[in-house]
Design a protein around this ligand. Structure first.
Ligand SMILES: NC(=O)C1=CN([C@@H]2O[C@H](COP(=O)(O)OP(=O)(O)OC[C@H]3O[C@@H](n4cnc5c(N)ncnc54)[C@H](OP(=O)(O)O)[C@@H]3O)[C@@H](O)[C@H]2O)C=CC1
Ligand SMILES: O=C(O)C1=N[C@H](C(=O)O)C[C@H](O)C1
Length: 242
């Protein structure tokens, strides 16, 4: 059986990459392409919405898809913990549908986030520095938000890290109490470093995206898993069993 995909953000950087991944998959076909000039009804009739749009666009597209019989794979950033709670509520009203939200499709990035969450309990001082290409419109990155949220969750019993002088703008934006610093630079694709400070030592957990091809295997896996998924799945780590 063929899985038909409505690709939102088809003309964008990630939309084009996803289309080329799907072209190389057996039994999966893009049957609808959505851009900013299209209404959501363009997706009707497809089995799956694959969303690579903009943080302020994605929630309405996902909501429309789930209420019109499509499962969803979301690569768009901006799905913070608050939004995920609301998505889970939507999904409880359509129990046969599934939504897979993947803040980062690269295995190295997901592992770096998992390592940072694991380390967070052992360091009372931590900050995140992320850098992306100059065309990225949102900040902090979805990956940084997810990393900070998982680090904060891992420290739930310990309380937030120490983030002195965080009222000053140059100290970054607090996510889960962790300062996040965003750079937007020509020449960069995507990078993140989590720096954890302890007594007499620093732990740096760094990941660098060298090519967008690092996202391909994760996109393929999420599309393969989508037909069987129900409810909410967040993170490539869940699909990989990390
Ligand atoms: N999860 C991951 O691993 C990754 C996630 N991302 C995320 O994916 C998202 C897209 O990134 P990228 O491809 O670089 O961005 P681009 O700016 O290249 O593309 C954005 C796309 O969104 C489309 N769009 C805008 N508004 C709408 C709308 N109302 N309905 C349908 N489509 C719309 C645009 O269409 P048009 O051209 O018609 O305006 C465009 O094709 C970002 O949130 C980014 O952070 C990026 C890389 C990896
Ligand atoms: O816009 C990008 O490029 C990326 N966006 C995602 C994010 O916001 O974390 C994933 C990756 O970092 C690339």
């Amino acid at each position: 059986m063929t899985t038909t995909v409505a690709l939102a953000g088809a003309s964008g950087r990630m939309g084009r990459l996803a289309a080329s991944v799907i072209e190389r998959m057996e039994g999966v076909e893009v049957t609808a392409r959505l851009g900013s000039a299209d209404g959501p009804e363009v997706m009707l009739g497809a089995d799956l919405l694959l969303d690579f749009t903009l943080p302020h666009v994605s929630p309405a597209l996902v909501d429309f898809a789930l209420h019109h019989g499509l499962d969803v794979v979301v690569g768009t950033s901006g799905w913070s913990a608050d939004r995920l709670v609301s998505l889970e509520r939507t999904l409880s009203g359509v129990p046969e549908r599934g939504a897979i939200v993947i803040p980062n499709f690269s295995v190295g990035s997901v592992l770096a986030t998992a390592f940072a969450a694991q380390a967070a309990r052992f360091f009372d001082s931590a900050e995140i520095v992320e850098a992306h290409h100059a065309g990225k419109v949102d900040s902090p990155s979805g990956t940084a938000v997810r990393t900070a949220e998982l680090m904060a969750a891992a420290r739930a019993e310990l309380g937030p890290v120490s983030a002195p002088h965080s009222d000053q703008r140059a100290r970054g934006q607090l996510v889960g109490g962790i300062p996040v610093h965003s750079q937007r630079l020509t020449g960069v694709i995507a990078e993140q470093e989590v720096v954890l400070g302890g007594t007499g030592e620093l732990l740096r957990i760094a990941h660098q995206t060298i090519s967008p091809s690092s996202y391909e295997a994760g996109i393929r896996l999420a599309i393969e898993r989508a037909p069987e998924a129900t409810g909410l799945t967040v993170g490539l780590d869940r699909l990989l069993g990390i």
